[in-house]
Design a protein around this ligand. Structure first.
Ligand code: SF4
Length: 653
């Protein structure tokens, strides 16, 4: 019997220590496959249904491998969010440390900006009159100073009170703004201590964004994470999206304004420039501000003219005046810095100058014609406001193809990767589509069901007597709202309604709000409050109804009787017209593929499965999933959506 099978089996250490623990065949199979993959240095791609207990299934072999191979770098475990990192750090790993009887060190790494910089905190305290004129912000700074005397971790996540971004920006560790060994606070520095711990960890817990930022650094010849031969990605279906973000570029007016504000706030004689800046820098700052407003206003107007959320830029060259001004400002700020005798503010000014130069470089890259592997576009960002010039649009670019970079930086031998998720891919040919996108040539693949009894726990209803949303979107929107209301009242609330556009969310909310209120059911609408707050409200008031799109299709957990109905309004096909998606589809078709069958349909099926998966989060959950999209029966591909549901779901064909 393998080591992990002995530990996870019915008489194993985990079962003996965990009250109510039930051995799950799927979990054992997954753990054994990962153990073998690590031993044989083969990538493992595993889709494991909800409730399999994936964390223990990958953590156990990861820990055993790390302790048996000390000196070859840590085993890196990457989760989707910082919250999931914390769950491993505070719950699963301490449990394993207690039951395994093995000495091993697990370290959680977060991005540099999440750490307190003691030098910058002291500088901000000294200069607080210049930095903040708001007494609330001054009070927050005082709170941070008090907290710094007792905190062991020095991370923003452990700060016991909320802090405005403007305050944290002045005290956090920053790239290019560190004195390293020349810093008087080097020894007690939380960031430096965390870096030292990274090097000695057996298990390193990171998040996908941090890991992929490190991939971008590696491509530029640097790195933050230590060398490692094993990486485990939990919720690996997010990797493509996160890699696209990390390896792409993005600049909006907000980013430029943030850099300028950090030199000197608008209309306020405060900040570094007020104290240390020369006359030329102050003039250039004003010019850069106006130029940025004009530049981004022009872009926002182009979007508004097209009445679109995105606009491909193709070979269009953009005006380079803003980049030139920022470069000039960077050079004069650097000159100003050279005249400061005190090391700490000089470092601060130099960091600002470097930040401006990098920003100018990024703007220049975004302003040039797209390269064969890069797509550039304009994207709507927030609302365009007449009273805030420059708002409403941002410039973006992303790689068309990720495979080559990821193959080289993540999946090349001797590194061995494990990718685990409840929904990895739709094809039955060894996740070929996913492997091709991520650059994984060869891997052990397995697909494991869920231990839940979907036949008994879920009632699937196909309420399909509605107009086709593809050919009659207006008719569908009108009639589906009535059906949604009917199902919500029939179920006494306790529901999640999944939509595919913000416009539909708002329209639906307007239609059902009063009538739900009349029935004493609270309506929670995504976007009206922060998501964590909405989820808390949903759990606190089980009868409430949550309506939304995008992130609500996956990754939210509302177990118990607060969620007994999931309404899927229509198949979650991506909105057509996004320049990156269109370019990727064109590239796929140029190689002989079919855009709908090989891209749009599988992506929509994956999302549909994720939405369906919101209902049953434990063996006790029971309820109904209602699909309102009539194409479930009228289109041939409708059957493919249903066929992708977990084994056991009774489909009313
Ligand atoms: S070592 Fe760097 S990050 Fe740490 S306190 Fe000093 S300047 Fe800040």
């Amino acid at each position: 019997m393998s080591d992990v099978a002995a530990l996870l089996g019915p008489d194993g250490a985990v079962a003996r220590r965990l009250d109510g623990y039930e051995t799950r065949d799927e979990q054992l199979e997954l753990a054994v496959a990962i153990e073998r993959g690590l031993r044989e240095r083969r990538h493992v791609l595993a889709e494991a249904g909800t409730g399999v207990g994936k964390s223990f299934a990958y953590l156990l072999p990861a820990v055993l491998h790390a302790t048996a191979n000390r000196g070859r770098g840590p085993v890196v475990v990457s989760t989707r969010t910082i919250a999931l990192q914390q769950q491993l750090e505070h719950k699963d790993i301490p449990f394993l440390q207690a039951v395994l009887g093995l000495e091993f060190s697990a370290v959680t790494a977060v991005g540099r900006n999440n750490y307190l910089c003691l030098r910058r905190m002291h500088l901000a305290t000294r200069e607080r009159g210049l930095l903040f004129d708001d007494p609330v912000q001054q009070e927050q700074l005082r709170g941070i100073v008090d907290w710094s005397l007792s905190t062991n971790e020095g991370t923003r996540m452990t700060l016991p009170f909320p802090t405005e971004r403007e305050v944290w920006d002045e005290v956090c560790a920053e790239h290019g703004n560190c004195l390293h060994r020349a810093c008087p606070h080097y020894e007690p520095c939380h960031y430096q201590a965390a870096r030292r711990r990274l090097g000695s960890a057996d298990l390193l817990i990171v998040n996908h964004a941090l890991y992929m930022s490190d991939v971008a650094l590696r491509l530029a010849g640097a790195s933050y994470l230590p060398a490692h031969e094993v990486v485990v990605f939990d919720e690996a279906h997010h990797l493509e999206r996160v890699a696209t973000e990390s390896l792409g570029l993005r600049v909006g007016y907000g980013t430029v304004a943030w850099h300028l504000r950090r030199l000197q706030p608008r209309n306020a004689p405060r900040g570094l420039l007020a104290r240390f800046g020369g006359a030329r820098s102050k003039v250039l700052l004003g010019q850069a501000r106006l130029c940025a407003e004009e530049f981004f206003d022009t872009l926002a107007a182009r979007l508004a003219q097209r009445r679109a959320d995105t606009l491909p830029l193709g070979d269009a060259e953009l005006d380079g005046s803003l980049a030139e001004l920022l470069d000039e400002l960077a050079a004069t700020v650097e000159d100003d810095a050279g005249r400061i005798e005190d090391l700490s503010p000089r470092t601060e000014m130099l960091a600002r100058a470097r930040g401006l130069a990098t920003l100018a470089h990024t703007l220049r890259a975004l302003g040039r014609a797209s390269t064969p592997n890069h797509v550039r576009w304009l994207e709507r960002s927030g609302r365009r406001r007449a009273d805030r010039p420059g708002t409403g649009a941002e410039l973006r670019s992303a790689p068309l193809e990720l495979g080559a970079a990821l193959r080289e930086q993540v999946f090349a031998a001797p590194r061995c990767a494990v990718l685990v998720s409840a929904t990895l891919d739709t094809d039955s040919a060894g996740f070929a589509r996913l492997r091709s996108k991520l650059g994984i040539d060869d891997a052990t693949t397995l697909r494991l069901g869920s231990p839940f009894d979907y036949g008994a726990q879920v009632d699937l209803v196909l309420d399909e007597a509605l107009p086709d949303p593809g050919t009659d979107p207006e008719g569908f929107a009108r009639e589906s709202a009535e059906r949604v209301l009917h199902h919500l009242l029939d179920n006494d609330g306790r529901a999640l309604v999944l939509c595919t556009s913000w416009a539909f969310v708002h329209r639906l909310a307007e239609t059902v709000r009063d009538r739900l209120q009349h029935a004493g059911i609270e309506l929670l609408v995504q976007g009206e409050r922060p998501q964590q707050e909405l989820l808390r409200a949903k759990r606190d008031d089980p009868r409430s109804v949550l309506i939304g799109t995008e992130s609500l299709w996956e990754g939210i957990d509302v177990p118990g009787d607060a969620l007994t109905l999931v309404l899927i309004t229509r198949f979650p096909f991506a909105q057509p017209g996004h320049p990156l998606t269109e370019a990727r589809i064109r590239a796929l078709e140029a190689k002989g593929g079919n855009g709908f069958r090989d891209h749009s349909l599988p992506e929509a099926i994956l999302k549909f499965r994720q939405g369906f998966g919101r209902l049953v989060r434990s063996r006790r959950d029971r309820g109904k999933v209602v699909v309102l999209d009539p194409r479930v029966r009228t289109k041939r591909y409708g059957r493919e959506f249903l066929a992708a549901l977990p084994t056991g779901v009774r489909v009313p064909w």
